[in-house]
Design a protein around this ligand. Sequence first.
Ligand code: SAM
Length: 273
Amino acid sequence: TVGKLTNPSVIRELLNSLGHRPNKGLGQNYLIDGNILGIIVDAAEISENDRLLEIGPGLGALTQALLATGAPLTAIEKDPAMVAHLKRTFQGLELREDDVLNVDLEALFVDGVNRIVANLPYSVGSRFIVNALEARPLPEKMVFMVQKEVADRLTAQPGGKAYGPLAIWSQLNYDVKNIKNVSPKCFMPAPKVWSAVVRFEKRETPLADLADYSAFKRLVKTAFTQRRKQIGSNLRKNLPEFFQGLENAGIDPAIRPEQISIQQWVSLANCSV
Ligand code: SAM
């Protein structure tokens, strides 16, 4: 038995027996708060018929709780030391030793993975989320522990400082909520910054019908590189092919990218098609 994997002395013992020190570059901050663990698992509303994906199982605190739901679980872990430990600790886990940024997520989703649950390493957080948002079919629910700053960007509304491409990609297809801010004290070793648990629930229909994702992505990404500049002059200079569409999309050329709603971005992107 592994004992309570959120217990700091159990974690210390395990790391000692593996001859392993937490690797900062791999974001190895182990969760030591059982309540937070429960909040993450509950938020994913898992039944036995679901198929789960976990990123970065580490020593397996969350893995153990996910396996207890009875739903099949695939986990992707980059650190060979963690992989060796996980292999001998958990049965019934489909484990892959890989960098999650290199994994074909679409193949997993096509195969039936419909929930992703992860305490994401800081270094890959938003990049992984964008990769997941671009694969199809989209998972029904995703629950992530991310840096608080990333949680703010995922959940931001127009008009706020954190509103930008990440909020727009995410909220087009998902209702995204910060369900819990998490103190550095809930991890070992304690990180420098706060974290948050964020829940993605797939919308029944997207906020707007998008004709061409690559045009949308190029438009939003480029426009936000000058977020304080009026959208009219911004587009005239950087993306003239979209300038004509402003009027049709009902966007005042004097407003700034951070004031434009997701629906308006989609109408503007669709105008150029
Ligand atoms: N799940 C454990 C927990 O909640 O205590 C550990 C979470 S820890 C924040 C992040 C985990 O992701 C580590 O185990 C780390 O080795 C792994 N990891 C880091 N970068 C990764 C990558 N690019 N692909 C897959 N796993 C990665």
